[in-house]
Design a binder for this molecule. Structure first.
Ligand SMILES: [Fe+2]
Ligand SMILES: [Fe+2]
Length: 191
């Protein structure tokens, strides 16, 4: 068995959720700080955080959930149909929210403090949205998968989530925003 397949998909998914939550908490701190401190460095930090969300959760994590976890669960039971439909819609809505945040950030950079309330509302709205998304996956889908999926399902899912590791894996904490920014910049994957 290859190293990648020894990793449990559940463990990978939970740690990826934790990482995105850390980034979102960092965004809340940054947007709160924009009201009091000088803008440019904060705006750059937030742009790096949005870059991370676009590159990993949006392009890798959510598609893998749909392609492997949701698809396998759907094949085994109809019990989670409503939750899976809702989560799939949320994946699309999340992309739109992130793009809206990028536009709100650009408006703030160009026009200054007058645009801060809209940016702040967007970041807080995204934080609530993501917390609800994470909660639905962790309270319904993951326990359901553990209950219904077969060993062969898990071999496929573990392999999918074990491959193409998050290039931002070392992003573990929002405690030090400067470190977080440096890590995002240093670990940006090659274009
Ligand atoms: Fe997820
Ligand atoms: Fe998801």
């Amino acid at each position: 068995m290859q190293l990648a397949t020894r990793r449990s998909a559940i463990h990978v998914i939970l740690s990826e959720h934790h990482r995105l939550t850390s980034i979102v908490n960092g965004m809340l701190r940054v947007v709160d700080g924009m009201a009091s401190s000088s803008g440019p460095a904060s705006a750059m930090l937030m742009r790096a955080m949005l870059y991370y969300i676009n590159e990993f959760p949006e392009q890798v994590h959510h598609p893998k959930e749909e392609q492997y976890l949701f698809a396998r669960l759907r094949a085994r039971t109809e019990e989670f149909e409503a939750a899976i439909s809702e989560l799939t819609l949320q994946h699309e809505a999340g992309k739109l929210r992130v793009h809206a945040l990028e536009r709100a950030l650009t408006r703030y950079e160009l026009a200054g403090a007058a645009m801060l309330p809209a940016l702040r509302d967007g970041v807080y709205g995204y934080a609530d949205f993501y917390a609800a998304h994470r909660h639905l996956e962790e309270s319904a889908i993951l326990p359901g998968a553990q209950r219904y999926l077969t060993v062969s399902d898990w071999v496929e899912i573990d392999e999918a989530f074990g491959a193409n590791r998050d290039p931002f894996e070392n992003l573990v904490t929002e405690d030090n925003l400067n470190d977080l920014y440096r890590l995002i910049i240093q670990t940006m994957p090659e274009a």
